[in-house]
Design a protein around this ligand. Structure first.
Ligand SMILES: [Zn+2]
Length: 293
């Protein structure tokens, strides 16, 4: 009997390793897609804004070449050369080519393998924690979206509505699951979280505007805070904002100390909100038992 038990266990483990490897590969592929979103979405928004402005001003509107998440095919941002599928394998291609473009020898940003690797870990991690469940899928989408927003904000200081707004809705929809599982906040907590998340940052920004005469945050930050409130519930918002502001402040002080930042320069707040959301999700149980016993 024990041998059977061990056999069963090892069979189960090898099955787990196999499926987790598949999940990891899917994670890498999704990470590769997120890289496309990170690079192209801000460009698409800029092109559209230019196009609309020209239309409004009645400046001759030239027909736009197709540019979306699928077209044109993957190309090197430095030399515009088309990247072959073999040079486009997530993580592996970057390592094999040592971060250099085969055509122009220019260096390819480390962001590509980092996003792919982190997405792979997120896929494995969410499945590991929540199993092959709708909850695991929901939280993977949540964390992958936060990663995408974090990098876009770092690179362009934008938090596109195309990601923040669906994230708010998805958080509200996820909370409906709380009827069957404790993994999500209740629908009421989620709804109040979305409203309070938006309003609290908006209020802080208004106060900042009155005192300093300029804005400290953008509308994207309010929408991201609304999404975090919807996903984590209003009870989690103090922790999110606390983690976001302390990490943001530490980073700013660090930059000022190393004289890499003047006091007038602005740092995007979105990346720190995203970090606050992740940390809060990871420590939520601990936090709620400490503050709301
Ligand atoms: Zn190139």
């Amino acid at each position: 009997m024990p041998t059977n038990g061990i056999e069963n266990l090892s069979q189960q483990l090898s099955a787990d390793w196999f499926t987790l490897t598949v999940v990891g590969i899917v994670g890498l592929a999704i990470g590769s897609f997120l890289n496309v979103v990170i690079y192209r979405l801000p460009l698409i928004l800029e092109r559209n804004a230019r196009h609309e402005a020209r239309q409004l001003l009645h400046i001759n509107v030239a027909a736009q070449t197709r540019f979306n998440l699928v077209l044109p095919r993957s190309h090197c941002p430095l030399c515009d050369g088309i990247i072959s599928p073999l040079q486009n394998i997530p993580l592996i291609s970057w390592i094999v080519l040592r971060g250099k473009c085969v055509l122009c020898n220019g260096s390819i940003s480390k962001r590509y393998p980092i996003v792919e690797g982190v997405t792979c870990l997120l896929a494995i991690g969410t499945i590991w924690i929540w199993g092959y469940s709708i909850t695991g899928l929901f939280y993977f989408v949540f964390l992958a979206s936060l990663l995408t927003l974090l990098i876009i904000d770092v690179e362009t200081t934008l938090l596109p509505d195309q990601i923040t707004l669906p994230l708010v809705w998805l958080g509200l929809i996820a909370s409906i699951q709380s009827v069957d599982t404790n993994d999500f906040p209740t629908a009421t907590s989620s709804l109040i979280g979305a409203i309070v998340g938006y309003m609290s940052l908006w209020a802080i920004n208004q106060a900042f505007k009155l005192i300093r005469g300029r804005t400290g945050m953008g509308n994207g930050d309010f929408k991201l805070a609304a999404a975090l409130g919807a996903w984590l519930g209003w009870q989690a918002l103090p922790a999110v904002i606390l983690v976001a502001s302390t990490t943001g402040l530490t980073y700013a002080l660090f930059l000022i100390f190393w004289r890499k930042l003047s006091t007038k320069q602005e740092i995007p707040f979105g990346p720190f909100l995203s970090i606050g959301g992740c940390v809060t999700l990871a420590t939520q149980d601990l936090f709620t038992t400490l503050v709301f016993p």
